[in-house]
Design a protein around this ligand. Structure first.
Ligand code: AMP
Length: 625
């Protein structure tokens, strides 16, 4: 490993105080911090204690001095054929209006606001308005349906929910408001107000004294100015739910000061974006990439950001590249699945655009396979930078940090530990640190660097127990990913150690899908596993035992419909197999590993612990392998 990166990383681990105090200069502080970090109560790390700041101020207000007329936000919808830009001054005005609406309806610092919205500019205003007044937002991905929403409402207890009546995908309106109404009926907790952005895409009904219309509220607050609420660096900025091993999603709680610093520094040192340039991140605000690198990261860095509603293929497969050309994008961030989708199209869609402003393409969220990486690299002739991280960390854990040192890339590896992360590759059984080329669990020694999750919302014990107590004999953070590390310190990610699967870069818990399927009246037992898929990386496959085998007509479609209506199409299994038995150990545990192997056409390996070994043969027959 060469010295530039090596000494930089070492200094971040050996002298975190000095290192992060330096990085903290990248953001504005209303009140300077007295202490860089406090790790007196592990695993809970506090960053920039005593300091006061505000994410909205750093993303918007502080740029008014130098770049008021510069574009801050480009909202493009190829679904509604609308395209609008907002300068920093205009964004500031819209965020003030939204903040005034929140305040007028009683939202104050510390209140939660749930945001269930498509990729429209108002979603950005809503997030920034919450940050402005110290309210804690919780964005729920629009692809989630009523049950997923209800469990998040019950956990976050939002005073207000902000939504739109509909999104649009592939030219069809996708209703949001009716799903939200259903979720509120299902939830035990009831929000006081629901603010609706009416896009005129679909009809919806309203609830008196609860539902309010954004356009008319905005009119009332056109000239409102809402002062920034200075909050402690440790004040929670948002909750973002993510799936894990149990059916109940975890609320990842993020702070304010540490997050601002981590993002500001990553924008320079990892993503190489300069103020005044444009970043285009093709994710959704419902995911962590959307929080960090559609909204907060680029704006904090004084860049314009593009919010895109639509598919990468409409009106044609050149749409993203035409936006790169039009808005002079210098930094682009996408996911391997999106590239695999584009790879099937005529390369002329890419080559006909002038991409001279584009410096680097970043890809994250799922393993980057060599054919995909090579194809996009050859087509763009620009560096393609894989980066590995999680909802929990909020910013990259592994990457080639080109702003520190342009180290060589190795296919199949997202790179080396990012500064601030004290990474260990540990033996799962003993907790011992592993040498080169040995498979182990990717772990991070505390304190987690700034920007990472503070705790599980409302459940400190779950934070400790889930993440910090899985490696024997050591209190370290587990990523739940397998990897090997080569002699040069590059990590190669090999997949999850738990029941989480990764579909097109979206994390899904198989247990959550199983719970949903179990609610179908004719389901006796179910097992869901993730299997390899050429396009999406992985897809979910369900194996179902029916209670009444005489009533199987339409059963597969019904099971899929159950998941669609409860969790959302994003969690729908690609295939449902009706079977008469599931492979189990003698103690009755379903052997998912064997199911997965069989579904992928692999040898299931050692099945000696299985109670009835003929079950797998039956399953092979059902799936035709
Ligand atoms: P999420 O929290 O939904 O972003 O999912 C995080 C998980 O996605 C990680 O724990 C990994 O399993 C996987 N992941 C994210 N980025 C990468 C990457 N660059 N390479 C391989 N796996 C990745």
């Amino acid at each position: 490993m060469s010295t530039g990166y090596k000494s930089f990383h070492e200094s971040s681990i050996k002298d975190p105080k000095g290192f992060w105090a330096e990085q903290a200069k990248l953001v504005d502080w209303h009140k300077p911090f007295d202490q860089v970090f406090d790790y007196s109560n592990p695993p809970f790390a506090k960053w920039f204690i005593g300091g006061q700041t505000n994410l909205c101020h750093n993303a918007v207000d502080r740029h008014l001095k130098d770049r008021a007329q510069q574009i801050a936000l480009v909202a493009v919808s190829t679904e509604t054929e609308q395209e609008r830009t907002y300068t920093f001054e205009e964004l500031h005005a819209e965020v003030n209006r939204m903040a005034a609406i929140l305040q007028a309806h009683g939202v104050v610092k510390g209140d939660r606001v749930l945001i269930y919205m498509p990729m429209i500019a108002q979603a950005c205003f809503a997030m920034l308005a919450c940050a402005r007044i110290g309210a804690i937002h919780s964005v729920v991905f629009g692809g989630f349906a009523s049950h997923s929403l209800a469990s998040r409402i019950d956990d976050a207890k939002p005073k207000m929910i902000i939504t739109a009546e509909a999104g649009m995908r592939g030219g069809k309106a996708v209703p949001y408001k009716p799903l939200l109404d259903e979720a509120i009926t299902l939830a035990s907790y009831k929000p006081e107000k629901v603010l609706i952005v009416n896009r005129g895409l679909s009809d919806y009904s309203t609830v008196a004294n609860r539902d309010i219309d954004y356009a008319s509220e905005r009119e009332k607050h056109l000239n409102s100015k809402v002062p920034v609420e200075w909050v402690d660096a440790t004040h929670p900025s948002y909750i973002l739910y993510t799936s894990g091993t149990t059916g109940k999603p975890k609320g990842v709680q993020r702070d304010t000061g540490g997050y601002a610093v981590a993002l500001a520094s990553s924008m320079r040192l990892i993503f190489g974006g300069n103020p005044g340039e444009t970043m285009f991140t093709t994710s959704d605000i419902g995911w962590v990439v959307g929080h960090s690198y559609i909204i907060y990261g680029p704006l904090i860095n004084g860049m314009a950001t593009i919010m895109y509603e639509g598919t990468p293929l409409r009106p044609d497969a050149g749409i993203w590249w035409s936006l790169v050309e039009k808005y002079k994008v210098s930094v682009m961030f996408s996911a391997p699945t999106a590239v695999r989708v584009l790879k099937k199209q005529d390369p002329a869609f890419l080559s006909k655009h002038n991409l001279s402003t584009l410096r680097t393409l970043f890809l994250a969220g799922e393993p980057l396979d060599e054919p995909t990486a090579s194809w996009i690299h050859d087509a763009l002739k620009k560096p393609v930078v894989d980066n590995y991280w999680q909802t929990e960390t909020g910013w990259p854990i592994l990457a080639i940090q080109r702003g520190v040192e342009v180290m060589p890339h190795k296919f199949g590896s997202p790179g080396v530990p990012v500064y601030g992360y004290n990474m260990k590759l540990l033996d799962e059984a003993t907790g011992a640190e592993l040498g080169p080329d040995k498979k182990g669990v990717v772990a991070i020694e505390g304190p987690l660097p700034p920007g990472c999750m503070q705790t599980v919302w409302g459940d400190d014990q779950r934070f400790t127990k889930t993440y910090w107590e899985t490696v024997p004999g050591k209190q370290v953070y587990s990523t739940f990913d397998w990897a090997i590390k080569d002699k040069d310190g590059y990590f190669f990610i090999l997949g999850r150690t738990d029941d989480v699967i990764n579909v097109a870069g979206h994390r899904l818990g198989t247990r959550e899908i199983e719970e949903s399927i179990s609610s179908h009246a004719n389901v006796a037992e179910v097992a869901v596993v993730g299997v390899e898929d050429q396009l999406k990386g992985q897809v979910a496959i369900a194996f179902v035992i029916a209670k009444d085998p005489t009533k199987l007509a339409n059963m597969e479609a019904e099971v899929m419909k159950t998941v669609d209506s409860q969790l959302g199409a994003v969690a729908r299994p690609a295939r449902v197999y009706l079977v008469s038995a599931l492979p189990k150990t003698r103690s009755g545990k379903i052997v998912r590993r064997a199911l997965q192997a069989v579904a992928e056409g692999r040898d299931p390996g050692d099945i000696s612990t299985m109670e009835d070994q003929s079950v797998l043969a039956q399953i092979k027959q059902v799936i035709g392998k």
